[in-house]
Design a protein around this ligand. Sequence first.
Ligand code: C2E
Ligand code: CA
Ligand code: CA
Length: 563
Amino acid sequence: MQQHDQKPRAERRSGKADHDIVALGIITAAIILFVGTGGSLMPKIIHSWMTDSYSPDVLLSNAVLLNIALLIFGWRRYSDLKEEVRERRLAEQRAQELAEIDPLTGCFNRRAGLPAIDRMLSQASTSGTEVAVMVLDLDNFKQVNDLKGHQLGDRVLQSVAERLGSALPAGSISIRMGGDEFACAMAYSSKASESVEKVAANIIDLVKKPITHEGLEAEVSTSLGIASTHDRGDETADLTAEELIHRADIAMYQAKKRGRNRHFWFEPAMETQFRLRNKLEGAIRRGIALGEFVPYYEQQIDIGTGELVGFEMLARWKSPQYGLVNPDVFIPIAEECELIAQLSESLIRQALRDAKDWAPHLTLSVNISPIQMRDPAFAQRLLQLLVETGFPPTRLEVEITETSLHENLPSVRAMAISLKNQGIKISLDDFGTGYASLAQLRNLPFDRLKIDRSFVAELAKSPEGGELVEAIVLLGNGMNLPITAEGIETPEVLEALKSLGKLKGQGYLYGRPEDAAATRARLSRGELPKGVEDSVSASKPAASVTTDRTAPLAHPFGDRLVS
Ligand code: C2E
Ligand code: CA
Ligand code: CA
């Protein structure tokens, strides 16, 4: 449509220009004529009008009058032209602004911002100053937008832009890179890099201040990365705006990873980690498509009777490149690149199919990421999976971690209620590692607490460790919440747990997590751990067990990329 309109407009413009040239010719001729004839004739004409005496040649008089008319016409045309030029200049200025400025925040947009930084860089290199580039990403903006509405979200972005403007020194550049991501550039003297630190700290403080709009209030924080032309241990000569933004972005990612609401300077080692993470992300994407992610199963035992009561599904990645990969490596990346729902649902589908063949009293527990709990459609999709596989909801338990509660309490509550309405049970995983309050425990419809394995491991080591687990068990009893103890590794721990009451337990003492085939074989052999003696022998690694948290994996992520 736009393409379509452009040609006629261009043609119209060139036709107008022709007219303007004709008008200009006429005016010039009129002026020459007037100067040539008007000078001698005008006094005579005026005199004849005043004295009613001899009148000059009528033809000549008319020509002079015509001449005057032409001059008036010319003047009008000139003023019109001047107005047109002014309007055109304004329109061009407006179009340029629209092309360069983000209309919501008044910051440069990305397209215009980068060349602006490049100009700052070349000025800085002539004047011998340094340029620091910061990339900011708001930490919980999506929640504000989703829960409190886009109007407040827009206001937040405007306030952040205003606050950036007030924190940055004069002559700095602010850019809205898109969504809730901003960048800025400031020149500074190489002797005063603490000025950049101060600005960054100030921005973080300012962004944190509450923002109100039409009775609603929002609070966001920001993670900030800084890259600078000033040497920070590597060769930074001739960095472009694009490269500086890339570096600041990597540093910002570190700030996010290390707990948000903070700033980090770029360091070359971050780049290596970033590349490895991106490589992994690509491999995870391909792995999902190729079905490389499979469920493993860990036995859950009634500690008192020693009977098998169910299994917890634990995800494993059978990567042709990296070997058997544990979930601590790939779950955080899958969460970050929004693959977690797809990955988790594919694993749950496989697990429901596997578990359908087990004895009908055996339960299946699955772990759910906090990201999935924010999705209001999750409960519905889980129900669809149950219908699709024909697995009874009453045999399914969903585990959510304690640490995920404080971020998402309203959505966790809504989801937990709808899952419970379908007959699914909900366990609070890793209990003791987060900050669940008694009020939260009462208000959320949990069916079970799982004591984190770090406390269980302490049980046999010190009296304090024992007291802590005992206190949790008492709490569970008081709230009518059954308890599972995770990470039972030794007969001593198991004995100590037995003395605390009726509990369920799981851990390497009973066996390592196994794949579907090994689990089926174990079940068909009826080889169930019945008590301490049996479970001691069961704790010896079986030949089919391929996963081991303590054994080094055949892949390069001993140091996990994302915590
Ligand atoms: P978790 O839910 O607390 O799972 C228990 C973890 O402890 C498992 O590690 C298990 O292999 C390990 N474990 C079990 N018994 C023992 C023991 O006696 N000693 C020790 N030291 N460790 C034991 P894994 O499989 O590496 O899983 C780590 C975490 O990854 C899980 O912790 C869970 O939070 C998460 N995860 C696993 N599968 C999934 C999944 O499908 N979705 C999501 N969102 N998270 C998952
Ligand atoms: Ca779990
Ligand atoms: Ca756990």
